[in-house]
Structures are given as C-alpha cells and as structure tokens.
Design a protein around this ligand. Structure first.
Ligand code: ATP
Length: 208
C-alpha cells in the first residue's frame, strides 16, 4: 500500500517521515529525488540549460536554485516548462523505487501533493496538519528570514483547507513530539491492518 505524505512548509513532514522510518517503514522522499534528477550531467539539467540558458546553471554544472526559483516565481510559462522537464522524471523514479520496496506499506513524501500527478499513484493521503502560526514559528526558528517571507511562502502553497480536502488520514502537529509519536504509532498499526488483502476494498473502493 502506498501512503502519500504531505503537509505545508515546516508542518513536520520530515519529522513524521523519520518516525515512520524508525518503525521500519520504507520511505521515499521526493525532495531527495528532485535534487538527484538535476545533478550535473543528467539529462534534465541539459534540457534546463537548453530552455533557460546558462544563467540558471553554475560553473560546476549544478542548478542555481535561487535564480531558477526567481524565474519561475514571476513567469508561469517558465514554471510549466520546468515542471514538464522534472515531473515525469521524478514520477518515473518514484515508481521505480516504489516497485523495489518490500513491506506491508510504504510512505511516499510529496510536499506539494495537492497539485501533483503522484496523487493518482498513491492509495491513501496522510496530511501533517499544523496551525499556520505554529508553522511560521517553526519555520523562523529553523531557517533565517523575516515573518513576511514566511507568510509569502505559506501563501504560495496550497491552503490548509485544500490539503485537508484530499486527506484520508490526518496527523495534528500542534503539540510536542511525544504527541506526534503517539499518532504515528497509531497510524502505523492502522496502515498495517489496512494493507491486508481483506481490507483492500475498504482502503480504495474506487479501484476495485
Ligand atoms: P519542509 O517543508 O521545510 O521540508 P517539514 O514539513 O519537513 O519542513 P520538519 O522539518 O519536520 O518540517 O519540521 C520543521 C521544524 O519544526 C524542524 O526544525 C522540526 O524539528 C520542528 N518540529 C516539527 N514538529 C515539531 C514538534 N511537534 N515540536 C517541536 N518542534 C517540531
């Protein structure tokens, strides 16, 4: 069973992923895959060079992330072109890793799952939900930047309501790590039970 894990920025996705991994659950991290597909010399970086020029690539052949981010932030066509280069490759790699994993269920962490083509690939969606004030507080504590920057990032992502609308399961991360761990353990048992063949109908009624 494939569980898509998502949540807003600094909501606690990585913390939750690590807790599942500590329980022995295989975790696929699409952030890691997204970085790997643009490594120097890979086909994606060459396509990016052709489309966007040398300004978005540094001397060692790495993607200049801040230049690229600025470009796609103000130009929707550029964003669509970048996504057309990256998303199929990320999707193919997620599928490859997913097929190679063993276990009752696996976690696939996708920060922007709401608008992702991977939404169709997963069997269930687990949303790490957190009040916006708390999200901003954790973001400012972890990264440098102003409160205005933090609010701008939150506003550029899907809303909390949009994420909750696609959720099959929700983890509330407004409290301490112990509270988070308790929820992860309960969900681990829930997912193990759901992954058994007799529960597959309950899991995804539209697919049978
Ligand atoms: P990003 O979207 O930037 O990848 P994320 O959703 O993966 O972030 P984390 O990195 O897990 O979020 O958490 C953000 C920060 O908040 C981290 O510094 C983490 O240690 C802290 N944090 C997360 N949950 C809690 C909690 N329940 N109590 C205290 N700190 C927490």
């Amino acid at each position: 069973m494939k569980v898509g894990l998502t949540g807003g920025i600094a909501s606690g996705k990585t913390t939750v992923s690590n807790m599942f991994a500590d329980l022995g659950v295989p975790v696929i991290d699409t952030d890691v895959i997204a970085r790997e597909v643009v490594e120097p010399g890979k086909p994606a970086i060459e396509e990016i060079r052709e489309r966007f020029g040398e300004d978005v690539i540094d001397e060692s052949g790495n993607l200049e992330r801040s230049a690229m981010r600025k470009l796609v932030f103000r130009d929707n066509d550029a964003r669509a072109d970048l996504e057309a280069i990256l998303h199929p490759r990320i999707g193919a790699e997620v599928k490859r890793q997913s097929e190679s994993l063993e276990g009752a269920y696996q976690i696939i962490a996708v920060p922007l799952l709401v608008n992702s083509m991977l939404l169709k690939f997963v069997d269930r969606v687990l949303v790490v939900d957190c009040q916006e004030d708390k999200q901003i507080e954790r973001l400012l504590k972890r990264d440098s930047g102003s409160i205005e920057d933090a609010k701008r990032i939150l506003a550029s992502q899907s809303s909390r309501e949009e994420r909750l609308a696609i959720a099959d399961d929700i983890i509330r991360n407004d409290s301490d790590l112990r509270h988070l761990q308790t929820q992860v353990i309960a969900l681990h048992e829930h997912f193990q039970r759901l992954s058994k063949p007799q529960y597959q109908r309950e899991r995804s009624p539209g697919k049978f």
